[in-house]
Design a protein around this ligand. Structure first.
Ligand code: ZN
Ligand code: ZN
Length: 283
């Protein structure tokens, strides 16, 4: 499992690469533009080329983008749904241009009856895929407050969107825990993965966000903690690395950082150590 982080693209886009290397990343997640603004970032072709060159040299793979937090594919407001779809397309096209694997996106809020929300989400996903060419959309499981808090919901969305090959799922350990999955032990991880496989199919699970949780089990509270400093604890992450179906997935941290400066070397170092302890070949 390559371990990486969400890294800032402040300055020039390609400055994310040395930033990622400094903290020990093996794979990379970025925002395309601003996470909390609709404003688009249009990068000059030479910056895109420099990013590709530096990423190849650094061996950071796979690359993913996190879609802006403003996206709400289930908003009852058609203008907001349209903006959300456009923002998703923008991130997808950037990943196409940068040879990225996927865009990871939150789905939306529960402000409409489920069948209607599901149809809106499916339409937005189909449009976004039609207007981009290669990168996948990975729907991120939620902590339970927003849409995507159960595997059944994710499955229904994938089905409604037509089960396209370019659609998949990203699971966040902090969200799973807050949604009610007790993933602190190998048995808990196995039960979660088994339920995912039964409901959605593990082949659709394409990436993980590794974050410890300040929110309690089943609290639906989405608050990330540093690895080992939250309520999941190191044993839970050791169990993730020890599960054969999860151990091969790219994993990105979005932790607050021990100096509260965002994802840092210490979180990544802890995870790499836990990965060594739990290599599936030793199970
Ligand atoms: Zn997310
Ligand atoms: Zn989160």
């Amino acid at each position: 499992m390559p371990i990486g982080a969400h890294v800032s693209v402040k300055g020039r886009l390609y400055e994310a690469i040395p930033r990622a290397r400094r903290i020990g990343c093996e794979c990379l997640q970025i925002f395309v533009g601003s996470p909390r603004q609709w404003r688009r970032a249009d990068y000059p072709p030479e910056d895109l080329a420099e990013f590709r060159r530096r990423r190849a040299a650094a061996g950071l793979d796979p690359l993913v983008a996190h879609a802006p937090y403003l996206i709400n594919l289930a908003s009852p407001d058609p203008a907001l749904r349209r903006k959300s779809t456009e923002a998703l397309v923008h991130s997808l096209r950037a990943m196409d241009a940068l040879a990225g694997m996927a865009v990871i996106s939150h789905i939306g809020s529960r402000d409409a009856p489920w069948p209607r929300a599901r149809a809106w989400i499916a339409r937005a996903l189909r449009t976004a895929l039609e207007e981009s060419s290669r990168a996948m959309i990975l729907l991120e499981g939620s902590a339970g407050g927003a849409i995507g808090g159960t595997f059944e919901e994710l499955r229904e969305i994938l089905d409604a969107a037509g089960g396209a090959a370019r659609l998949g799922v990203c699971l966040d350990t902090a969200h799973l825990f807050a949604a009610g999955w007790d993933i602190r032990t190998p048995a808990g991880i196995a039960a979660m993965a088994e339920a995912f496989d039964r409901t959605i199919g593990l082949r659709h699970l394409r990436a993980l966000h590794l974050n410890d949780s300040q929110g309690r089990l089943g609290s639906h509270l989405d608050r990330h903690a540093n690895i080992g400093a939250g309520l999941i604890g190191r044993a839970g992450f050791t169990a993730v690395f020890g599960h054969p179906a999860l151990a091969t997935l790219p994993a990105y941290i979005e932790t607050p950082g021990f100096a509260r400066t965002g994802p840092d070397r210490r979180n990544i170092t802890i995870l790499k150590r836990l990965r060594t302890l739990s290599a599936p070949s030793c199970v």
